[in-house]
Design a protein around this ligand. Sequence first.
Ligand code: NAD
Ligand code: GLY
Length: 368
Amino acid sequence: MTTVPVAIAGAPYAVTIGRGLLADLPAHCEGRLRKAKVPIVTDANVFDAWGEIVGQALAAAGHEPRWRVLPPGEASKSWAGLAATTDWLLGEGVERGDHILALGGGVIGDLTGFAAAIVKRGCRFIQLPTTLLAQVDSSVGGKTAINTAAGKNLVGAFHQPALVLADLDALATLPARELRAGYAEVVKYGLIDDPGFFAWCEARATALLAGDAEARAHAVAVAVGAKARIVAADERETTGARALLNLGHTFGHALEAETGFSDRLLHGEAVALGMVLAARFSARRGLLAPAGAERIAAHLATVGLPARLAPLGLACDGARLAAHMRHDKKMDAGSLPFVLLRAIGGAFLDSTVDLGEVARFLDAELDR
Ligand code: NAD
Ligand code: GLY
């Protein structure tokens, strides 16, 4: 078991990474479950896979789990999903000092975290991430949000969890495609500032995806350590350090928007392709050696993640994809900072990118 401290000023907490955490949940919550009733938000897939184990663990410690089981999928991260969840929490009599449990992937974590941020102007919550993506990224750092008609994650709050318990056993029931999509966010940390970790990913990705416990534990611990360091330095994304976590996301988000935020392209798959595009765009600008960009593409393709645009079969041009980028939250007085690469492990924010140049680059990539 590994514990990674997240040293956020005024709201420090720990991320515990290990096995058997859900099966022995009350013990790992370290006294935070102070009442018999424990509110727990999840989705139907996670409930099917883990509801009984978590319910039994709570009951064995004298608790009564109070379940809120949402439909799986991005649609639950909505105004309607938020209203229903906050009404339910209020109906359960949740108080500020209570801890709401968020059992699931990024959808459940983002929604429950936002509900916790606004119910009674702020309740405590515990992240119990069950996808690889949520364990290495979304459960840590306190970004919570819902989607609106105008786009994804456009309404939300920074609200840090009181604790994160990343149970590696949860990954055993995760569909292979979801596991692979989450792996893109693992690779991201190597590309941002850790070339040694990228090389480790090249060597160990196949084992990790096949279920190797040591490889999974190492990847989650390194990723969480990197995320903890970055968010502690720049919790509110004001200095630029945290913005580096958006590597691949500006391109990826445009692709998700164009494919309707659907199963056609999962978030992690869009991030994988987005990181390849950011790398190739960096090479086109003379920042990164083309061989570096192709090394990234080759690794992601090897594990079965998308690394080329053409196979998506998009019926649009580069200008249309670039237009989606205008809705990016990083847009600042008409300019959109891009996370680009000077090297594998050398990410930086470039505010000199012109969206017309991006559109021309994407036109070429769409045929590739
Ligand atoms: P998700 O929560 O939709 O989970 C993916 C699928 O896996 C769902 O169908 C879910 O029911 C199922 N599932 C989850 N855990 C399972 C398990 N252990 N066994 C079986 N099935 C399981 O998706 P995700 O990829 O975890 O998260 C994506 C969301 O996270 C997006 O909404 C994205 O915006 C958000 N996100 C937030 C942050 C942040 O910093 N807050 C960072 C990255 C992504
Ligand atoms: N996933 C990006 C962030 O947490 O800032």
